[in-house]
Design a binder for this molecule. Structure first.
Ligand SMILES: NC(=O)c1ccc[n+]([C@@H]2O[C@H](COP(=O)([O-])OP(=O)(O)OC[C@H]3O[C@@H](n4cnc5c(N)ncnc54)[C@H](O)[C@@H]3O)[C@@H](O)[C@H]2O)c1
Ligand SMILES: O=C/C=C/C=C(\O)C(=O)O
Length: 486
C-alpha cells in the first residue's frame, strides 16, 4: 500500500517510531494509503532544517531569485495538475469538476500572487525635525519572521495550505507544515514540486500526524518556531494560542464561522438562489465561509424556500470522476457522525425538514462512504444548537425577518464573525447593512468571489489577523524602523 512520508530537509522520511495511520477514501470508506505519524523527533528535525535553511542559500537569495523560484513552484503545480487533482479528490472525495476550478488553480495562484506582490510593496519613511536643526530620517525595512509553523485543515487542503506557504516563502521565511491528518497527500506531493523548482532543502518541510499529543501539538510546543499560522476550528485556535503564548510567538488565526446570508425582498431572486445554493452546498457545505443561516425578508420567504428546495433537489450526488456530479461526500465518516447528529437535533428541536435530512441511497460500491443529503430546515428557534453551532455540512436553516434592523441583529447575534452574504439591488441598503454586519468579509450579490489582494479573515471568534495582499506581510515579516540622526 502507498506510504505518505514526512518531507524534511528535502527528503521524504518515515517516522522513527514506525507509527502510521490510515488514509481513507471518503467515497467508499476504504484505506488507500498509510501515513507516517511524526513524533517529537521528526518535528524537531523539521524545525532544525527550517532554521538552518534561513541561514543558508534561501536567506542569501536576492528577491528576484526567490520570486523566480516561487513562480516555478506555481508552474510545477500546473504541470502536474492532474496528479494534484487526483490526490486531492482521493483524500476529500470532492468532485473533480470543482477541484479543477477551485482547489488546484488556487494552489498555483497562491504562489504567483505573493511572489509578485512582495516585489512591489514599498515601506514607509518619515523625515523629522530635531532641536539642533539637523533633523532625522526614519525608514522601515521588512525582514522575514523566521521559521513559520503552518497548520491547515482538510476542507480545501492545497488551497488553504498554500494560502499560507505562498506568502511565508515570498517573505523569505521557512516553513514546517502540518496538514490535516485527513488530507495529507497534496501537501506531501508539493515537496517534489519544491525540489524540482529549486527551492533549497529545509525551506519547505512537512510533518504528518494528528493535533493533540501528536505532530500538531509537538509543532506548536516547539520553542524554535517563530510564529504559527492556523486555519481550523475556533477551539483548536484557542489551544494553539495557548501554546504560542509560551515564548511570546505570533499567531494568525482563520477560524470557524456560522455565517449569515441576508436576502432582501429587493434582491434579484435568481442571483440570490444561485449564490445561496453555492454558499450552502458547494464542497458538501465544508467551506468556512458558507451560509448555514439564511435570513429572508418575509414577503419573499415562501418563494425563496420553495426555489432553494427545488435547486437543492437537483444537486447530483456522485464520486469525483463522475463529470455530471456536483456534490460529493463529507470528508470522513467521523465528520458525517457529527453532521448527522445535527440533522437529528434539528428534528428533535421541531424543525420543518424542507429537504434532505438523512443519508442518500448510494450504489453498493459507495455504501461505505461519508454521504449525506443536502438539507434545508425552517422553523427552528434561533437558540437551537443547529442555528448557533458551526455544523460544517451541506445544510442551512432559513428564517424570515421583517425589517433591516432585525436582519442585522440576527446576523450579529453569534460570537462568530467570519463572512456574510447580502442579497439586494438597493445600493444604499448595501452600504448601510455591510457597514453594520460584524464580519471580516462581506459579499454583496456574490459569494466566495476572491481577489487575493484583499484582507481576508474573521472578527470576533472567527479569527485574529488578516491575510491576503499586503496584509499577509503584517504577519510574515518583522518590521524594523531605522532612525538616522542627520
Ligand atoms: N476561517 C477560515 O479561513 C477557515 C478556512 C477553512 C476552515 N476553517 C475552519 O476549520 C474547521 C474545519 O477544519 P478541521 O476540522 O480540520 O479543523 P481542526 O481545528 O480540527 O484541525 C485543523 C488542523 O489543526 C490540527 N490540530 C488539531 N488539534 C490541534 C492541537 N491541539 N494542536 C495543534 N494542531 C492541532 C489538525 O490536526 C489539523 O491539521 C471549521 O471550523 C472551519 O470553519 C476556517
Ligand atoms: O473554507 C474556507 C475557505 C477559505 C478560503 C480562503 O482562505 C481563500 O480563499 O483564500
Amino acid at each position: 500500500m502507498k506510504e505518505i512520508k514526512h518531507y524534511i530537509n528535502g527528503e521524504y522520511v518515515g517516522s522513527a517510531s514506525g507509527k502510521r495511520f490510515d488514509n481513507v477514501n471518503p467515497v467508499n470508506g476504504q484505506t488507500f494509503a498509510k501515513v507516517h505519524e511524526a513524533g517529537r523527533e521528526e518535528v524537531d528535525a523539521a524545525v532544525k532544517a527550517a532554521r538552518a535553511a534561513l541561514d543558508g542559500p534561501w536567506g542569501k537569495m536576492t528577491l528576484d531569485e526567490r520570486t523566480r523560484i516561487l513562480h516555478k513552484v506555481a508552474d510545477g503545480i500546473n504541470e502536474r495538475f492532474d496528479e494534484f487533482l487526483e490526490a486531492e479528490c482521493l483524500d476529500t472525495g470532492k468532485p473533480k469538476t470543482m477541484a479543477s476550478h477551485i482547489d488546484i488553480p488556487r494552489g498555483a495562484a497562491n504562489f504567483k500572487v505573493f511572489a509578485d506582490m512582495i516585489k512591489n510593496v514599498p515601506t514607509e519613511s518619515f523625515e523629522m525635525a530635531t532641536p539642533d536643526g539637523t533633523g532625522a530620517l526614519n525608514y522601515a525595512v521588512r525582514r522575514p519572521k523566521g521559521v513559520i509553523g503552518v497548520i491547515s485543515p482538510w476542507n480545501l487542503p492545497l488551497l488553504l495550505m498554500t494560502w499560507k506557504v505562498g506568502p511565508a516563502l515570498a517573505c523569505g521565511n521557512t516553513v514546517v507544515v502540518k496538514p490535516s491528518e485527513e488530507t495529507p497527500t497534496t501537501t506531501a506531493l508539493l515537496g517534489e514540486v519544491m525540489k524540482d523548482a529549486g527551492v533549497p532543502d529545509g525551506v519547505y518541510n512537512v510533518v504528518h500526524g494528528f493535533g493533540g499529543d501528536s505532530a500538531g501539538q509537538f509543532l506548536t510546543e516547539h520553542q524554535d518556531v517563530d510564529g504559527f499560522t492556523f486555519t481550523g476550528e475556533t477551539s483548536t485556535g484557542e489551544t494553539i494560542m495557548k501554546s504560542a503564548a509560551k515564548g511570546i510567538r505570533d499567531i494568525s488565526l482563520e477560524l470557524g464561522g456560522k455565517n449569515a446570508g441576508l436576502v432582501f425582498a429587493d434582491c434579484d431572486m435568481d442571483k440570490a438562489i444561485e449564490g445561496t445554493m453555492r454558499s450552502a452546498f458547494v464542497n458538501c457545505g465544508q467551506v468556512c465561509l458558507g451560509t448555514e443561516r439564511v435570513y429572508v425578508e418575509r414577503s419573499i420567504f415562501d418563494e425563496f424556500v420553495a426555489r432553494l428546495k427545488e435547486e437543492a433537489e437537483k444537486l447530483r450526488i456522485g464520486p469525483p470522476d463522475d463529470e455530471s456530479a456536483n456534490f460529493g461526500p463529507l470528508v470522513s465518516l467521523k465528520h458525517r457522525e457529527k453532521v448527522l447528529s445535527y440533522y437529528q437535533q434539528a428534528v428533535d428541536d421541531g424543525a420543518t425538514v424542507v429537504t434532505g435530512g438523512g443519508v442518500p441511497d448510494m450504489p453498493e460500491q459507495y455504501a461505505g462512504g461519508a454521504w449525506v443529503q443536502p438539507t434545508i430546515w425552517t422553523g427552528l428557534s434561533e437558540d437551537s444548537a443547529v442555528v448557533t453551532d458551526e455544523i460544517f455540512g451541506p445544510c442551512c436553516h432559513i428564517q424570515p425577518f421583517d425589517t433591516e434592523e432585525e436582519a442585522i441583529d440576527l446576523a450579529n447575534r453569534l460570537p462568530y464573525g467570519l463572512a456574510s452574504a447580502i442579497w439586494t439591488e438597493n445600493v444604499s441598503r448595501v452600504h448601510r447593512v455591510a457597514g453594520q454586519i460584524e464580519a471580516g468579509i462581506i459579499w454583496v450579490n456574490s459569494w466566495f468571489l476572491r481577489d487575493l489582494r484583499t484582507p481576508f479573515g474573521g472578527s470576533k471568534q472567527s479569527g485574529i489577523g488578516r491575510e491576503g495582499g499586503v496584509h499577509s506581510l503584517e504577519f510574515y515579516t518583522e518590521m524594523k524602523n531605522v532612525c538616522i540622526k542627520l
